[in-house]
Design a protein around this ligand. Structure first.
Ligand code: ACO
Length: 703
């Protein structure tokens, strides 16, 4: 059945509250009180089988007695009674149900939650929740929550998976002078999830920033698609709990949903241009700042200060938050020389020194404003006797307005006693970005720059190569028939061949005699590897030997491998010994792909070989990707300089690594049965000399 337009959830013409109670203090009372008290522009229908009155409204005994069509019904009755109420809503063709009631999947009753969602979907209704505190929409002054009242209307939309934190954020945003365009509690996300809500919030003009608190993600691939669209239009800030391993376990049991691993979540969010905050406080600061300022036209930043120490701290903060300091010293000198004393500095930070009066300080900020090559300014001020508090706040107010007109960000960070503290509070109330701490200021500018970089990055179409998944699927089917969840070496090789990747020439010897014949035909030196479904990590058990130069060494090697594997497990099944052409030495990298439970196909790059587990120098992205995004994945690793060549070494063939990654990505996207694919090592030679995949491991999904 057709789904109703999500706009009705945010802009309903009426709302019914099933479980409205005339007893103050009950959730069913508070919700009606909030809807009426906040001044909802539509009609409210309180529903209670006992009849009576609430806040001057007559209770209706049954939703089916209402004549009008209903856009939204809030359900606030015990879980056991919810299904029957949803049946009535279905008969009434209600569009959206917001189910406040707890007692579903979050306490293990997934079945009842699914039964309700199924019923709703079959009847063209959508469900927010269950287990939510409700939702607020400024456009129609709708506060259908049991949280606080008098929500300040504004430009930030909050989507939250945590109820208590969400309710607290209503209060916190009010304290921090952050206005809300909407706040939506998603709870168990039985039906509506973040992606559905984003689709509305992207288009809604009042919403300038979207803030999401996420614990777990169920349909990551769809969320990624919608987030990519959202960040083209407005900044999206995310707080995700479950960063630590302990936290991840707590989040999973709390919400009953799956949290993807944090590294992948982090990488995918960055890829989508989402700003991930470390804490709620940081996220709110970003929202406040971003909703009050426009994007700059570039990233050249200048620090103007009357104190050397805070200037140095701000410089450190700029490095931490990736805020580039303008470094054209000739230009800086020409701009600021006339306002800087001889013992000050015109190198960035511009240090006017403690003797700077209000006049010089303002002049310096005006000069920065006038210079078209300076795009943002951090104005630091330590309280001195050179400027009174009134002078300082007047100066900040007027400079901020001038910068705003020119679309140049200026962020103030001021330090001092009681009067300075009061100045900060007063100016913040006027939405002027003034901070107590330089790190707070720079963190906001860093978030804005990160968004700017994403906005200005070239949109290059995604990349794939033509392959025939039919052949790969035949190989997979054979493995399935054999009851295996992994592919054998020759099968893995055949899969790679399909994408034009050729492993070293090889054959499988079933006897010592075979081994010598094969090695002779391949040419020396050769590598020998055990073939066994009992052994996944061959080198760990001594199942791999390198540099075998002649027949004698192959004969010895055969016996050594058999001996090592039997020592690992006496009854190990050895299917044979693979004899492989030996590849000349190069730099070893790893190319991996896996099907993440939250985000779908993910590509991985890292420093490879046997050190991969120890170094953990890897980067991730969700597919699809283009070549430039793949290149930035490679650049992101700590070992990237090794590929560029250190200490006189030649640069490695990075272009060819990119091509292999495109191919691995294509295979993973085309074959949903592949859970994991890993080329390790991929031997990388000097630029122009190419790369060579040496080994591949392919795991299949559970079926
Ligand atoms: N249709 C209409 N009204 C009904 C129906 C029905 N089918 N069934 C019962 N009612 C009435 C009741 O008679 C009662 O009204 P009354 O006070 O006049 O008698 C009212 O609806 C509420 O029903 P109660 O049985 O009194 O339920 P109560 O209010 O105690 O609890 C609630 C209902 C709040 C939904 C509860 O079951 C619940 O789930 N609480 C948790 C809510 C929550 O925390 N959600 C997550 C938020 S996020 C966070 O963590 C902050």
């Amino acid at each position: 059945m057709n789904k109703p337009d999500i706009k009705y959830l945010f802009e309903p013409k009426n709302i019914a509250v099933i479980g409205a109670s005339s007893r103050p203090g009950k959730i069913g009372y508070t919700i009606v009180e909030n809807i009426v008290g906040e001044g909802f522009t539509g009609t409210v229908y309180p529903i209670n089988p006992g009849g009576g009155e609430i806040l001057g409204l007559t209770m209706i005994r049954d939703i089916e007695l209402i004549e009008e069509d209903i856009d939204v019904a809030v359900i606030s009755i015990p879980a056991a009674a919810v299904y029957d109420a949803v049946v009535k809503c279905a008969r009434k063709h209600v569009k959206f149900l917001t189910i406040i009631s707890s007692g579903f999947s979050e306490v293990g009753d997934l079945e009842e939650e699914r039964r309700i969602v199924r019923l709703a979907r079959e009847n063209g209704m959508r469900i927010l929740g269950p287990n939510i505190f409700g939702h607020y929409s400024a456009r129609v002054s709708l506060n259908a929550t049991f949280g606080p009242r008098n929500i300040r209307a504004g430009n930030v939309a909050i989507v939250t998976q945590s109820g208590a934190l969400g309710i607290a954020m209503i209060g916190k945003t009010a304290v921090q002078n952050i206005g809300l365009s909407a706040i939506i509690s998603v709870g168990n996300k039985g039906d509506i999830d973040e992606a559905d809500l984003l689709e509305y919030l992207i288009k809604q003009d009042e919403t300038k920033i979207i803030l999401m608190y996420i614990e777990g993600i169920q349909q990551g691939e769809r969320l990624v698609r919608v987030l990519k669209l959202a960040t083209r239009v407005k900044p999206v800030v995310v707080i995700k709990s479950g960063r630590s391993k302990r936290g991840a376990v707590a989040a999973a049991s709390h919400t009953g949903s799956l949290a993807g691993t944090d590294e992948i979540f982090d990488a995918v969010m960055r890829q989508c241009g989402v700003l991930r905050a470390e804490s709620v406080q940081e996220a709110l600061e970003w929202c406040r700042y971003l909703s009050a300022t426009q994007l700059p036209s570039g990233l050249n930043t200048v620090i103007v200060t009357n104190g050397g120490g805070v200037g140095v701290m701000a410089t450190d903060a700029c490095e931490k938050y990736n805020v580039p300091l303008f470094s054209d010293h000739g230009r800086l000198q020409a701009t600021f020389e006339s306002v800087t004393p001889g013992f000050g500095s015109t190198k960035n930070p511009i240090d006017l020194t403690g003797q700077a009066s209000g006049v010089e300080y303002r002049l310096a900020l005006e000069k920065a404003l006038a210079d078209p090559d300076i795009h943002a300014v951090l104005a630091l001020y330590c309280e001195t006797s050179m400027m009174s508090a009134d002078q300082l706040s007047d100066l900040i107010r007027s400079v901020y307005q001038e910068y705003k007109l020119k679309r140049k960000p200026v962020l103030f960070s001021i330090f001092g006693g009681v009067i300075t503290e009061q100045t900060i509070t007063d100016l913040n109330r006027e939405a002027i970005p003034v901070y107590r701490d330089v790190y707070e200021a720079v963190s906001c500018l860093g978030a804005q720059f990160s968004y700017y970089r994403h906005q200005t990055a070239n949109a290059v179409p995604e990349t794939a190569i033509p392959i025939n998944p039919g052949l790969i699927n035949e190989i997979i089917l054979a493995a399935r028939k054999d009851n295996r969840q992994f592919l054998l070496a020759d099968e893995g090789q055949a899969v790679l061949n399909e994408a034009g990747l050729v492993l070293p020439k090889s054959g499988i010897a079933r006897s010592i005699h075979d081994a010598v014949t094969l090695a002779d035909s391949l040419g020396y030196p050769v590598v020998m590897k055990v073939v066994s479904r009992d052994i996944l990590h061959k080198s760990d058990v001594g199942g791999v030997l390198l540099d075998l130069e002649n027949r004698e060494e192959v004969l010895d090697g055969y016996q050594t491998i058999i001996h090592n594997c039997k020592a690992f497990r006496p009854n190990v099944l050895i299917e044979g010994i693979e004899i492989v052409e030996q590849i000349p030495p190069g730099m070893e990298v790893i190319i991996g792909g896996r099907r993440d439970r939250a985000f779908g196909p993910i590509l991985m790059f890292g420093l490879g070989g046997i050190y991969v587990e120890v170094m953990k120098d890897v980067s991730f992205r969700a597919l699809p990707l283009n070549r430039s995004q793949i290149r930035s994945m490679i650049k992101e690793t700590r070992s990237y300089p090794l590929l560029l060549g250190v200490r006189g070494e030649a640069r490695k063939d990075i272009d060819e690594i990119v091509e292999v990654m495109v191919k691995v990505g294509t295979i993973l996207e085309a074959c949903p049965d592949i859970a994991d694919i890993e080329i390790n090592p991929l031997m990388v030679f000097e630029q122009g000399q190419g790369v060579k995949p040496v080994d591949v491991r392919i795991m299949l999904t559970e079926n």
